[in-house]
Design a protein around this ligand. Structure first.
Ligand SMILES: Nc1ncnc2c1ncn2[C@@H]1O[C@H](COP(=O)(O)OP(=O)(O)O)[C@@H](O)[C@H]1O
Ligand SMILES: [Mg+2]
Length: 318
């Protein structure tokens, strides 16, 4: 399809001829490379929240990021997506072999990045179906504008109504959701669980290649936890990388991460496999912070990983 061709032909990643490390992905490969990322609030460029994040997320890998409150988890999610409240003061982020930090959030989305919000916004008057169809069409434009592609026109690369309905039906089924959801207004009067469901539905329809999920640090109810676990598991595929930001070890009993990273004081202080999350649940963050040479005045008891409510085992795995 023309959409595919136009996204790759025109671009030559600047670093494609000079690999800087052995993991350097080939041009266009679905690989997220974060190098020495420093991020500050837009209003206070001198007060860095993230102080040098290095992270590689390979194609289809699931990476969990855990960290105490205020460690910078949400800041990382927002910076990757291009939230205007944050500025990158140093470092680089490459996705599919191109530097994305100068791209607007919508362009990053067109490149296949997706962020599930901690606190989704209500949009009264706009139906879920219209909202998702617009988002899908916008995504179909691709990154390099091409006059031949006009997603509002089914003949030029947009999705026609019948195909869209079929796609929605398929995703409602995948997520075991009621189709009546489609005609409701975006997040208006939604329960916490329903808001999470809508985030999962958007993710299912947009079929991102890199999903960033920012979980609430508190008040994540049992329903929301189960919905995220089921939704992600239903969608996991070798074509989708996941950056799962969570405060709860328990979520990782249901979504099995390939890697776990501990974020503290704006840096990744330790990386490991799933066992690292279990160790965190046992010991809290205190010992790992000390191992990393970080002085903390917070007592260990306050650095324990909160225990999320127990949820029924989910039937789908990966
Ligand atoms: N827009 C902002 N302006 C000023 N400070 C901020 C802003 N966003 C986050 N912070 C501060 O940065 C730190 C990290 O916040 P956040 O990324 O939300 O942490 P986490 O998600 O790990 O709890 C906190 O101390 C928070 O108060
Ligand atoms: Mg947060």
């Amino acid at each position: 399809m023309t959409i595919e061709r136009t996204t790759t032909a025109a671009e030559q990643p600047t670093n494609s001829h000079q690999p800087t490390n052995s993991h350097q992905p080939a041009a266009g490969e679905q690989h997220l490379v974060i190098r020495d990322l420093h991020v500050a609030p837009a209003g206070h460029p001198d007060q860095e929240i993230l102080q040098g994040i290095d992270l590689d997320v390979g194609k289809g890998e699931v990476h969990a990021i855990m960290g105490p409150n205020g460690s910078g988890k949400t800041t990382l999610a927002y910076a990757l997506m291009g939230h205007p409240a944050y500025i990158v003061t140093k470092g680089e982020v490459d996705w599919k072999g191109r530097h994305i930090l100068k791209l607007s959030p919508d362009k990053r989305a067109r490149l296949g990045l997706f962020l599930a919000f901690q606190y989704p916004t209500a949009i009264p008057g706009l139906s879920v179906a219209s909202f998702i169809r617009s988002a899908l069409n916008a995504r179909l434009i691709g990154i390099d504008h091409n006059g031949d592609i006009d997603p509002t026109d089914p003949a030029k690369g947009g999705i026609n109504m019948r195909d869209f309905r079929n796609k929605m039906r398929e995703k409602f089924k995948l997520l075991a959701m009621d189709e009546g959801f489609a005609s409701r207004y975006v997040n208006e009067g939604f329960s916490g669980g329903e808001k999470k469901r809508l985030e999962m539905l958007q993710m299912a329809v947009l079929e991102p290649e890199m999903a960033i999920l920012d979980e609430t640090d508190s008040g994540l109810d049992i329903d929301a936890l189960r919905i995220v676990a089921e939704g992600v598991n239903a969608m996991l595929n070798p074509n989708m990388g996941v950056l799962l930001i969570t405060h709860y070890q328990r979520l990782l009993n249901y979504i099995t991460p390939d890697f776990v990273h501990v974020l503290a004081q704006g840096r990744i202080v330790k990386s490991g496999g799933k066992d690292l999350a279990l160790r965190l649940e046992d010991e809290g963050y205190g010992p790992i912070l000390r191992e990393a040479g970080l002085e903390t005045s917070t007592p260990d008891d306050a650095l324990l990983v909160p225990i999320a409510p127990d949820i029924e085992p989910v039937s789908v795995g990966h």
